[in-house]
Design a protein around this ligand. Structure first.
Ligand code: CA
Length: 520
């Protein structure tokens, strides 16, 4: 591929594909002739598919060597394949899947890479040093928000080693069917977020008093001592707003600020130290995807995923509806039959969850995805799944669960950006990689988010929001390998304290819990 962006270019993902996507910014006009002789019969927007050969009505449309749909009409070579011409194939059944039958490529260990992190008493490592204030219920959110503002203004400047103070506000805690089986998902999510390595084990809680999610239910006695290992912290510090001792609003704020100061003193003693790259816990996801996501940014992330796994680190990939159509690729890559079965169990649970709501996986794609050239969920999934690289899958997490092992992990979560980020935070990630083609200013308060643009045009326009430009792969200025290494080195820098653009501007999205259980 030439670096000259004026040359008409398309990208075909596999030699057996009968379609390719147009690379050039702004798309290409009718009559454009490519180097191989193909001439466009009509204008094709950037990222959209062009037919490489004549495709008859009913024939398979193939991208990534996968049938992404069937032609609803005859399509001549050089035509724009619009979404309305593509029929969605049925979802792959969850029976008779290939199970742990694919040996991953040889992956030699990668040694000697380090970052400067905050090591915790439980062995985990933080990339930031943050005081988190856990909340049991939405009722206290306004009070916590007010207290956090005061703590940032009056206390935080005295503790130079502490990066930030964050209120873990959410919409759960009361008015919910808390004994429903699926309620365990939001409850363990709130619990496990407060135990994220970036919070240094300094758990403090603000409770209302009458809520369903009582502090003792959020933190059963068995949970806290294991995490913090010191008697002094055997129970989280709880400020209860309905305590009879509180006379007036200022009394509540004073109480929260005094508790916060105690924990800030402890957090301020944390120092960065040299840690091996194996202590990275990276969550990868994509959002605002386009047809380039699966060509540039996601393959580069997949390459970096392999580097991380080789370095002994942990990488989580997620987003059930965006891997559902590639389930056979995943079950065959499972390290053991048990891991493959666990993935099938998660997919089946999600199929049933969607069915209860009267939809299926095709509800995933957005108007922006389609404008960006993605015809349907199969095409989107094939581009999304490559973030997982090529290593064997060594573990599976249900939504809201905390990691207990290293390696490449499938953490089952919805594809919703905020919910996936929330659940990966609960799993214990200390670094987040986010790819986007349409563009989103997404960020998290608890964990640094590295954003990777799929296109040069987006990277140019959002130059102070995108951290890495993978569009250089499409224009021939960098290879997937080069971008993967660049991302790997950048991750070590950010893990050591370098600010991402989202951190620089203090952009972050709200925590959004996944609550499949009923509301009362
Ligand atoms: Ca997403």
């Amino acid at each position: 591929m030439a670096a000259d962006t004026q040359t008409p270019l398309f990208i075909r993902m596999h030699e057996r594909d009968n379609v390719a996507i147009v690379v050039n910014d702004g798309g290409l006009p009718a009559g454009t002739q490519f180097q191989n002789g193909l001439t466009l019969l009509e204008a094709v927007p950037q990222g959209h598919k062009v037919a490489l050969i004549d495709i008859a009505k009913g024939d398979a449309i193939t991208r990534y060597n996968v049938t992404i749909g069937y032609a609803l009409a005859g399509i001549a070579a050089g035509s724009w394949i619009q979404e309305a011409l593509v029929q969605l194939p049925p979802a792959r059944e969850l029976q008779n899947l290939p199970i742990a039958n694919r040996k991953p490529p040889e992956m030699p260990a990668l040694e000697g890479y380090t970052f400067q992190g905050f090591r915790n008493p439980d062995g985990s490592v933080g990339t930031r040093n943050i005081l988190a204030i856990t909340t049991t219920v939405q009722c206290v959110a306004g009070v916590v928000e007010y207290a956090v503002k005061r703590i940032k203004e009056e206390l935080l400047p005295k503790f130079s080693n502490v990066d930030d103070v964050v209120g873990l506000e959410h919409t759960y805690g009361c008015g919910v069917a808390i004994d429903a089986p699926d309620a365990m998902i939001p409850i363990r999510t709130v619990r496990n977020i407060s135990l994220n390595p970036n919070f240094g084990g300094q758990t403090m809680v603000v409770s209302l008093g009458c809520e369903k999610l009582q502090p003792t239910r959020l933190f059963p006695k068995s949970i806290i001592p294991i995490q913090t290992q010191t008697q002094e912290q055997a129970e989280p510090d709880v400020v209860c707003l309905q305590d009879a001792g509180h006379i007036g609003f200022q009394s509540m704020i004073t109480s929260i600020m005094q508790t916060a100061e105690k924990h800030l003193i402890k957090l301020n003693q944390r120092q960065r130290e040299t840690c091996p790259a194996s202590e990275l816990v990276v969550g990868v996801q994509c959002g605002g995807s386009d047809a380039f996501s699966g060509v540039t940014a996601n393959p580069a992330v997949g390459y970096a995923t392999d580097l991380l796994v080789r370095a002994g680190a942990t990488v989580m990939f997620s987003e059930v509806t965006e891997v559902r159509d590639g389930i056979d690729q995943l079950t065959s890559r499972a390290a053991t039959p048990e891991i493959a079965e666990a993935m099938i169990r998660e997919m089946d649970w999600y199929d049933q969850y969607l069915k209860r709501g009267g939809v299926d996986r095709s509800a995933n794609t957005t108007p922006g995805n389609k404008k960006g050239g993605l015809s349907n969920i199969v095409e989107k999934a094939m581009g999304s799944i490559v973030k997982s690289g090529s290593a064997a899958i060594s573990g599976v997490l249900s939504p809201g669960e905390k990691l207990t092992q290293k390696g490449l992990i499938y953490a089952a979560t919805p594809a919703s950006d905020f919910i996936c980020g929330t659940l990966q935070t609960a799993a214990g990630m200390n670094l987040h990689i986010f790819t986007t083609g349409r563009g989103t200013p997404y960020g998290l308060a608890a964990v640094p988010v590295i954003k990777v643009a799929t296109r040069n045009d987006l990277a140019r326009r959002w130059h102070d929001l995108m951290d890495i430009n993978a569009g250089r792969i499409a224009s021939g200025e960098a290879t997937i390998e080069e971008l993967g290494w660049e991302l790997f080195h950048f991750m070590l820098e950010v893990a050591s304290g370098k600010k991402t653009w989202a951190e620089y501007w203090k952009l972050h999205n709200a925590l959004v819990l996944f609550n499949p259980a009923p509301i009362t």
